[in-house]
Design a protein around this ligand. Structure first.
Ligand code: PA5
Length: 434
């Protein structure tokens, strides 16, 4: 049995072909993925990562996480794109809103706002903190600047030598500026394997160190991913929900839907949306092809984007994530005079009302010609997070191969960097402004 359910009945009538009709193509692409013969085949390390991960490095992750928890109130995680979104998605997915954790995780280097960074420096002034700086290339501008600034603050607080023991660097195993700085200073180092790209790296130290430091059961995350790996190693669309999802979104795309919205009804899903957008957007948007990936948090966004989804241009479909079981819930109380006219809901749990909102919205959007894919997960736990990560990663690889693009590169990201470097006067970029 699969840990998650994929229901495509509210998308089926929009498909011009049955998903099963693509089974042969899927079998072929499954081979391409597993035999590593497709585009970007140097970056398929994530495929067996839940089983083949470096066990001794994993032990060091556990030890470092414990040390951080003992000597810090705050862990500053510095990274951008795939070097921060996975950890952020996991933290939010497993978050108990308003609960103060023993160790607070904050992020930096995921933008270049001086306002943000200077406020973070103020916040850290009277707190014990450590830094986990993450960059596969080791040269990305946003995290590099944030690291330089935060390292200085750490050195001012603890002195140069002590500061070194509070810095954890996650980077390439032998090259890049961050690698050089980390080696030179003797920081505790973790490796992002050569064959694992940024957005596929959440199950390496990139995601696991911050998540473990936050007190999350990373063994369970890996267990969920391992079970997903086993389930999705069979290409049969009758049992492989990950491939079925990829095929249905491909068929919707080829029938004229250009936008996929990932939609959740729980605030804990908001950063899963962000991680998913990076995974699919950066993997598929190439050669003037690919679905535009967007997201929404309902019912909040039903009061903003809801109008457009119901009646705007008909170029989108939704993938709705539903969470079956709520760990905690609230019963709606009865009021004697019923002035707010809510007594018809008295005694009902809020999760029930939320579930009816989901059902009613899916019906309305389908009537409004917006296909819906429904993905049901049992609950917010570490196992489910690991399972979902692998589910989406495998779907993403197949999706990109279905539209014949390389899932694992991101050549388009360089364009803005060149202009920015030229404007900033970086050596070697002088000619670009001309
Ligand atoms: O998916 C990717 O490869 C990118 O989004 C990277 O994660 C992002 O650009 C950050 O790169 P780096 O880890 O090299 O700093």
């Amino acid at each position: 049995m699969s840990h998650i359910e994929l229901n495509i009945k509210d998308a089926q009538s929009f498909l011009t072909q049955k998903p099963e009709s693509l089974q042969e193509k899927v079998n072929h692409l499954h081979q391409v993925i597993h035999e590593k013969t497709g585009q970007g085949n140097d970056y398929l390390g994530w495929l067996n990562l839940p089983i083949d991960y470096d066990k001794s490095e994993y032990n060091r992750i556990l030890i470092s996480a414990e040390r951080i928890r003992k000597n810090s109130q705050v862990l500053v995680v510095i990274g951008i794109g795939g070097s921060y979104l996975g950890a952020k998605a996991g933290l939010e997915f497993l978050n108990e809103p308003f609960k103060k954790n023993a160790l607070e995780i904050v992020f930096a280097g995921h933008q270049m706002s001086g306002h943000y960074l200077s406020n973070l420096l103020d916040y850290l002034k009277d707190k014990d903190f450590s830094i986990n700086v993450i960059s596969k290339s080791g040269t990305t501008t946003e995290p590099a600047i944030a690291f330089r600034v935060l390292k200085k603050a750490l050195e001012e607080k603890y002195g140069k030598e002590q500061a070194k023991t509070r810095i954890y660097a996650t980077t390439d195993k032998k090259r890049g500026a961050l690698y050089t700085v980390a080696k030179e200073n003797g920081y505790e180092m973790f490796v992002i394997p050569d064959d694992v790209g940024g957005r596929f790296s959440v199950l390496t130290a990139v995601g696991l160190l911050p998540l473990k430091a936050a007190g999350i059961d990373t063994d369970q995350i890996l267990k969920g991913a391992q079970d997903a790996l086993k389930r999705f190693s069979n290409p049969d669309l009758k049992v492989n929900e990950s491939y079925l999802y990829a095929v249905v979104r491909y068929l919707l795309y080829t029938s004229g839907k250009k936008i996929e919205m990932l939609v959740g009804y729980e605030p804990n899903l908001l950063y899963l949306n962000e991680w998913w957008k990076q995974l699919f957007g950066e993997s598929e948007g190439k050669d003037h092809k690919g679905l535009f990936v967007a997201s929404a948090g309902f019912s909040t966004d039903l009061h903003s984007l809801g109008q457009y989804i119901q009646e705007g241009e008909r170029h989108l479909f939704e993938t709705v994530v539903s969470v079956k079981n709520s760990k905690k819930d609230v019963l709606i109380p009865e009021e004697e005079n019923d002035l707010d006219e809510l007594n018809y809901l008295k005694g009902k749990p809020l999760s029930y009302v939320n579930a009816q909102a989901l059902k009613g919205t899916m019906m309305a959007h389908k009537d409004g010609l917006v296909p819906n894919i429904l993905l049901t997960i049992p609950q917010f736990d570490a196992y489910t997070f690991g399972y979902l990560v692998y589910f989406f990663e495998k779907a993403c690889a197949l999706s990109a191969y279905l539209i014949d693009v390389n899932p694992f590169n991101q050549p388009g990201v360089e364009a803005y960097k060149k202009n920015m470097f030229a404007l900033l006067g970086k050596k070697g970029y002088e000619n670009i402004l001309k």
